[in-house]
Design a protein around this ligand. Structure first.
Ligand SMILES: NC(=O)c1ccc[n+]([C@@H]2O[C@H](COP(=O)([O-])OP(=O)(O)OC[C@H]3O[C@@H](n4cnc5c(N)ncnc54)[C@H](OP(=O)(O)O)[C@@H]3O)[C@@H](O)[C@H]2O)c1
Length: 394
């Protein structure tokens, strides 16, 4: 019986994690849950899974929730961001971090510092503070198990050889809904179109990140920190069917791939059990039914977010945190229809250029927090002043 904490239990990955728990009550016990603001769904989850503790990040929603249902007060770790860290520190075998964005960083650190393994879906954690997170894991011996399907695939492929024999990692990318769009067509992309991903069903932010391919750029940084591989040895391969989840090329030229249906429950299941592979009941891959698989190179000109992310990763220091914050602000504005699709990379580029100064020699938590806050402020100011491209206001 594994004691599991699910942070972000009301989101897409959080709900799929609880689907797995629901289907296997003999394997898992939920000891902690957290929501952002969807307190109605959280209430159902608390009734069903009876966690020892829960937290609500949105304080106003949390106050209302606790006023409505006083009997839950004793299990409430608190409201706001710090309460999530308290839930992450509860005695557990694994913390599934399915939080969205920068908010995932502190709870990841809290769990690792407590010596608890983290099944990490929140890629922003490693993007903004990869070195700190690695250090926290190394200090206690807690493991970081990737939930992202690409990184789960890489982790599995790496078992085919020695680490020193790895030539390169190859992350696959579906290419998103605009894989074949020209720049001209991209000018007219709407929020609804960006939210229609061809192969995966996910939360809104990662769906937009997948449409701009920023998601793939973030994943390169995530792979760099997870597997300790330099940026030059991490490639991207566009694969529209999302069946080959990623590959590893070894020194002898052999390429090992991991395949499966595009179903997040598979990498979640692996993260919950790795390196074991207990029998699961998900639909299995029928390659004859799939028929053909396609692969193509990434067009960096039409998808500039990838180079922006890798560029920030190479510069290191606080630049990835600045990139991430600018992207979070840009995507939120795009979802609110205050920014156009093509303005997203332009805004991020503008904020990174404005950052200008060299990265601080010592990268600590405070420097990352300051960089995050600075980038959000600058990105927001640019949106209020009009589009970063100088075009008419959005
Ligand atoms: N969805 C996928 O298939 C998938 C695949 C690979 C990786 N990922 C990664 O997994 C993470 C979660 O993605 P998702 O698609 O599951 O997102 P999502 O559906 O938007 O869910 C996000 C979860 O985080 C909570 N949350 C949002 N903002 C928060 C904040 N400021 N503080 C505390 N909690 C907050 C939400 O709470 P409320 O809903 O209650 O407000 C929800 O429980 C992202 O990093 C994403 O890149 C997702």
């Amino acid at each position: 019986m594994k004691r599991v904490v699910v942070l972000g239990s009301t989101g897409s990955v959080g709900r799929q994690t609880l689907d797995i728990v629901r289907a296997h009550p003999e394997r898992f016990q939920v000891v902690g849950l957290s929501a952002g603001s969807n307190v109605d769904l959280l209430a159902q989850q608390i009734d069903e899974f009876e966690p020892q503790v829960f937290a609500i990040a949105d304080e106003a929603a949390g106050d209302e929730f606790l006023a409505r249902d006083r009997r839950l007060r004793s299990a409430c770790a608190g409201l706001g961001a710090t309460a999530l860290c308290d839930v992450a520190r509860v005695r557990a075998d694994i913390v599934v971090n399915a939080l969205l964005g920068y908010a995932g960083l502190e709870p990841t650190l809290a769990a690792l510092e407590a010596g608890t393994d983290v099944a990490l879906s929140n890629k922003e954690t490693l993007v903004v503070a990869g070195a700190l997170v690695r250090h926290a894991a190394d200090a206690t011996g807690a493991r970081i198990l990737p939930v992202d399907s690409e990184h789960s695939a890489i982790l599995q492929c790496l078992r085919a050889g020695e680490r020193r024999e790895v030539r390169r990692l190859i992350l696959t990318a579906s290419g998103g809904p605009f894989r074949t769009h020209s720049r001209e067509e991209m000018r007219r992309i709407t929020r609804q179109e960006a939210l229609r991903h061809p192969t995966w069903s996910m939360g809104a932010k990662i769906t937009v990140d997948s449409a701009t391919l920023m998601n793939k750029g973030l994943e390169v940084l995530e792979a760099h920190w997870l597997f300790d591989v330099e940026f030059d040895r991490i490639d991207i391969l566009v694969h529209p069917e999302s069946i080959v989840h990623s590959l590893v090329e070894f020194d002898d030229g052999s390429v090992i791939a991991q395949l499966g249906l595009p179903d997040m429950r598979l990498p979640i299941w692996y993260a919950l059990h790795a390196p074991a592979r207990p029998e699961a009941s998900f639909a299995t891959l029928d390659l004859a039914a799939v028929g053909r698989l396609h692969f193509e190179s990434l067009d960096h000109e039409r998808f500039p977010c990838v180079a922006l992310a890798i560029g920030a990763g190479r510069r290191g220091g606080v630049y990835p945190a600045i990139l991430n914050a600018a992207n979070e602000v840009a995507v939120a504005a795009f979802l609110d229809e205050r920014l156009r699709y093509l303005d997203i990379p332009d805004l991020i580029d503008t904020v990174l250029k404005e950052a200008g100064a060299p990265a601080p020699a010592r990268l600590d938590h405070g420097a990352i927090r300051d960089a995050d806050a600075w980038a959000r402020e600058v990105a927001t100011r640019h949106i209020l002043q009009g589009c970063p491209t100088g075009d008419p206001p959005c």
